[in-house]
Design a protein around this ligand. Structure first.
Ligand code: GRF
Length: 215
């Protein structure tokens, strides 16, 4: 499994994924990390793992289409099996999504289809939900709405803040993202319309519910 990752910021998901490759839990490698932000700390994360990192400046292009066309060519040079969005904060053109559809995945810090878009954790706190979580999904032209590969549920306490909920969710992001990539690398992930099936995965085994009384 050879992957290319796109980032814009901190790179903590990138780190979790890189660690899973380094420890051999996932077989293969990250051959390239691309950032649209010059100072993204994630580029240092890449360097720390000996992964090639490139800042590609959107300002050097005429617009989204042209930038994305360049990205498509650059990514294809790596011949990746999978393109992983790990905190990539730029809207993708349709051409980009079409170029990699079926091998383009993202992580979003909510249980989609709830709380799409920016500040998902703040949206969850403000809405007052008792559960939120995170989702790894295939990327389609609908923002944060492609077929779901795996989700983790995180309880929201009444005293949670955007910050505290983000931290709780992030610790699960770092588990489900490597997990999804591992399943894909093993050829176990099948897309059937909107439904993704992971062959051999244990479903119904997550202890996600609160302490409910017996009824
Ligand atoms: C994560 O919360 C992810 O769900 C969202 O952007 C954030 C990226 O964090 N898409 P990091 O750069 O991986 O630390």
């Amino acid at each position: 499994m050879n992957i290319v990752a796109l980032i814009s910021g901190r790179g903590s998901n990138l780190r979790a994924i890189a660690e899973a490759f380094r420890s051999g839990k996932i077989k293969g490698r990250i051959s390239l990390v691309i950032s649209n932000k010059k100072d993204a700390p994630g580029l240092d994360v890449a360097r720390g793992y000996g992964i090639k990192g490139e800042f590609i400046d959107p300002k050097g292009f005429q617009g989204r289409e042209e930038y994305d066309r360049y990205l498509i060519d650059r990514i294809n040079m790596e011949n990746p099996d999978l393109v992983v969005l790990a905190g990539y904060m730029r809207i993708l053109s349709d051409a980009f999504i079409e170029a990699f559809e079926g091998k383009l995945i993202n992580i979003h810090p909510s249980l989609i289809p709830a709380f799409k878009g920016l500040h998902a954790q703040r949206q969850a706190v403000e809405f007052g939900v008792r559960f939120s979580g995170c989702t790894v999904h295939y990327v389609t032209k609908d923002l944060d709405a492609g077929p779901v590969i795996v989700q983790a549920v995180v309880p929201v306490n009444p005293d949670d803040t955007e910050q505290s909920l983000s931290e709780k969710i992030l610790s699960y992001e770092h588990r489900i993202y490597p997990q999804a990539i591992k399943w894909i690398s093993e050829g176990r992930v099948k897309i059937n319309g909107r439904t993704v099936v992971v062959e051999g995965a244990r479903y119904n085994s997550l202890p996600v519910n609160p302490e409910l009384e017996d009824f």
